[in-house]
Design a protein around this ligand. Sequence first.
Ligand code: NAD
Ligand code: LMR
Length: 329
Amino acid sequence: MKAVVAGASGGIGQPLSLLLKACPLVDNLALYDVVNTPGVATDLSHISSVAKIEGFLPADGGLNKALEGADIVVIPAGIPRKPGMTRDDLFKINAGIVKGLIEGIATTCPDAYILVISNPVNSTVPIAAEVLKKAGKFNPKKLFGVTTLDVVRAETFVQQATGGSGDPRKTVIPVIGGHSGETIVPLWSKAKPAVKIPEDKLDALTYRVQFGGDEVVKAKDGTGSATLSMAYAGFRFAESIMKAAKGETGIVEPTFVYLPGVPGGDAIAKETGCDFFSVPVHLGKDGAEKIEGNIVGEANEYEKKLLVKCYEGLKGNIEKGVEFVVNPP
Ligand code: NAD
Ligand code: LMR
């Protein structure tokens, strides 16, 4: 298994590369960034794990060299938010960065699983899809927007709100929709095992999951957004993809996918009016195998109200990403 991190020298990229270097599922790890990859790769190369590691810069076709033979490419390249910014404010710079990286993937390793972390995810994933379509290389089963941090936050915050003292990872909470503010919808009613959230805590808990990113941006006070929790979440999702690729069954993860391209996605696309949406997806050797049932239709009344707001915001974000490639500015 060859893994590539694009944006490997950044706040997410470095700890994510560390986790991938330590992961026994990874045989080869390529680090790509516009700066500092020789240093990061040399540092990580001293770790006594199986993965062979190399760092690449843009000079001398570095991107294509990094991507050559890749099975999985994780993309945390791009600028992060500062206080007062929305994720959409990042579009201007990050749209072009993601477009360029995906063009490289379309040329060099079009069969790789592509995991997009760069914000705004609601738009960068549609950008990636359009670039791949244009190149005739779009496989919707292998393109994923990484929304795992929202799931990780829901798992953590629900324990705090309910006074739970167990292992937060043992409660499975689907978080669906997109990855920004009101487009993020935790489905507490679908938690397994069931969670009992006091009514007077429900709004605050939901808000905390939807705006958890702001909490970190504010606390970091101008120095960036979530990096360590994101590296954890990004690795958790990448590990699930790799385990499924190696034949492990029964792996289900919420992720932002192109619904019409994944079996079971059409009904949700019809109901939401959104072609891209984060839903729990069964992962297999070929990537997104299927979406089971219509989780949107099973939401309770409280969650349905949240979903109405989600659709409003998400549709515009998706269109903006598609337009960026179809009618370039
Ligand atoms: P950072 O600034 O610390 O790191 C970004 C890295 O990208 C830098 O090392 C930079 O040199 C590199 N880069 C810039 N242009 C590049 C290019 N063309 N090719 C390769 N690398 C390039 O930022 P960060 O804190 O690591 O965040 C990265 C992105 O991840 C941001 O857009 C942020 O909003 C997003 N993010 C997403 C989630 C999520 O849940 N999906 C969570 C946290 C952060
Ligand atoms: C997050 O959810 O922490 C990330 O999307 C980063 C951000 O800008 O909030």
